[in-house]
Design a binder for this molecule. Structure first.
Ligand code: GYE
Length: 324
């Protein structure tokens, strides 16, 4: 009698168990491809388009079904995309957050739905760390420090004051906040340097040019250095400098971040002095992490990409092997 009721209870519970595990039994299995929802920032720079290409190609190579959404640099679009991934019950969500703050609510929704979230490239600012699995991307503070160290070294024989104008990235974004922080940390220790103007150029060429025009108008020949948070803004600004009748790379020293092909070309033309590398080719690494996370394995909370600095003397030799 006892055994019979036990059996009955087990039979009654079976379908429930099956429903709960819903797909979990084939986690990482070959029978069903993993679906990854990826929300991209936009297409604002050469870096970003290389990043998108890398992610699309790597998903294909890894047999991961990718739902890709472009937010056109707007957080509201990204939140919508994340909500739609949750509604579609994708297996894993990854996103590169346009700005750091404002993610708690939607990340809590993903957590409640049991969908793991991987943050790529840019960091989020959340009080609860458990809202994302891992952050895979560069150390932007270090990139800012590297730009400043390069500058101090390049100008070691020069007397002060040395006036810097700064083109910041997107307001509130991790790379803009951190690249400013790291740069100041190092440059402020050398009293010759002074940042006389600092404004956002939103990581684009067009905005970089526009803001540089305003800097030139306000400061005239006072500007010794341009520090741009990415190459695209520097390239836009170089055009503005030339249009103002000055020589970029000579009258104004230009240092930026990313290391895209356009920057190497500008260095070879003598117009850009140095670029700090920021590697966008994180697709393969991301797909690896997606598989691990989907299979329930633990991954490190922070995965940092390796990168270096290039100046004009190294540009021609390095250019042929640049992949972005
Ligand atoms: O440096 C810039 C892009 O988040 C690291 O975003 C990325 C930055 C990159 O628009 O070019």
């Amino acid at each position: 009698m006892k055994i019979r009721s036990l059996l009955l209870a087990a039979v009654a519970v079976l379908p429930l168990l099956a429903a709960c595990s819903g797909g979990k039994s084939d986690k990482g299995g070959a029978d069903r491809p993993i679906t990854l929802g990826f929300s991209q920032v936009g297409a604002e720079s050469e870096w970003r388009t290389a990043n998108t290409r890398s992610i699309k190609a790597a998903a294909k190579a890894a047999g991961i079904r990718l739902k890709f959404s472009d937010a056109q640099q707007k957080q509201e679009n990204q939140i919508k995309a994340l909500r739609s991934f949750i509604a579609q019950r994708v297996d894993v969500i990854a996103f590169s957050p346009v700005v750091e703050s404002g993610w708690e609510t939607v990340l809590r929704e993903a957590k409640a739905a049991g969908i793991p979230v991987i943050v790529t490239d840019r960091a989020v600012d959340v009080t609860d760390d458990s809202l994302y699995t891992t952050l895979i991307g560069s150390d932007f503070v270090e990139e800012g420090r590297r730009a400043a160290r390069w500058l101090i070294d390049d100008m070691k024989d020069r007397k002060g004051p040395i006036n810097i104008v700064e083109l910041q990235g997107t307001v509130g974004s991790a790379p803009a906040i951190d690249r400013q922080k790291g740069f100041h940390e190092v440059i402020d220790a050398d009293p010759r340097f002074k940042v006389i103007r600092s404004q956002s150029g939103d990581f684009t060429r067009a905005k970089g040019k526009e803001v540089m025009e305003a800097f030139l108008k306000a400061e005239g020949k006072n500007i010794d250095v341009l520090y741009a948070h990415n190459d695209d803004m520097a390239i836009g600004a170089i055009q503005a400098i030339e249009e103002a009748g000055l020589q970029p790379g000579k009258d104004i020293t230009v240092v930026s971040i990313d290391g895209v092909k356009g920057a190497f070309q500008a260095m070879m033309a003598g117009k850009l002095n140095a670029t700090v590398e920021c590697n966008p080719l994180i697709g393969p690494q991301l797909m690896d992490i997606v598989k691990k996370v989907h299979a329930g394995q633990t991954v490190p909370k922070r995965i940092i990409v390796n990168e270096s600095v290039f100046d004009r003397s190294q540009a021609a030799a390095a250019f042929p092997s640049r992949q972005y």
